[in-house]
Design a protein around this ligand. Structure first.
Ligand SMILES: [Zn+2]
Length: 214
């Protein structure tokens, strides 16, 4: 039976910012990779269908570049994810049912961004039966992400930058974290914590080991 990894991303680009390295790592471990983009970005507080369609094309290019098998779009509206949690839980549960993953990566529950926090909370409910659950870091102003799990992403770092370049609208200039220099410093800082040159950091929420000795 194939092993499956799912990344749940509040916005298109969070899957790259937090998990581009993990996606490559688990692909090499033989996992099929799936991504759930929960919401569409709202520009200046209004829905712009052309921008949404363009972003979806970028997501497809990222999926091809990173070897993601399938992307599920829940098509919720950005900036409205903290209205009613059940509206976020239900579409994520549907993706969980469709994919039936072994490992799921979810946003950090203490993130300063309210959309990221809502998706993280919804994921904890929707992923209650998932054997292995990690939260990932979306670099930004959040100051209390406390990782306890690191992956060496040195060999994948250039690919992470190349994937982020597909989302050219989301790139900013340093010291914004969504800049090549910003992502490099975050990867090196997480590397300093773990004896690596470049690392992605996560928090292990839950891991279930099944017995092979029945
Ligand atoms: Zn985001």
């Amino acid at each position: 039976m194939s092993k499956k990894m799912l990344v749940i991303a509040p916005h298109a680009d969070d899957e790259v910012l937090g998990c581009a390295g993990a996606i490559q790592h688990y692909k090499k471990e033989g996992y099929e990779i799936f991504v759930n983009i929960v919401s569409n970005r709202i520009l200046n507080h209004t829905i712009d269908n052309e921008h949404i369609a363009n972003t979806k094309k970028c997501t497809e290019e990222v999926a091809n570049l990173l070897g993601i098998k399938n992307v599920f779009h829940s098509d919720l509206n950005d900036e409205q994810l903290d209205n009613l949690l059940i509206d976020v839980i239900v579409p994520i549960e549907k993706v969980i049912d469709d994919v039936n993953p072994n490992i799921v990566f979810v946003p950090n529950i203490t993130d300063t961004d309210q959309d990221h926090r809502s998706v993280a909370n919804a994921c904890l409910v929707a992923c209650r039966s998932i054997p292995s659950l990690f939260s990932y870091e979306i670099p930004g102003p959040s100051i209390d992400f406390q990782p306890n799990y690191y992956l060496d992403i040195e060999q994948y770092f250039e690919l992470k930058i190349a994937a982020m370049e597909k989302y050219s609208d989301e790139w900013r200039t340093f010291p914004h974290p969504r800049s090549p220099e910003g992502l490099k410093i975050v990867a090196q800082y997480r590397g300093i914590q773990s004896g690596l040159n470049y690392a992605e950091a996560y928090k292990l929420i839950k891991h279930t080991e099944k017995s092979m000795h029945k």
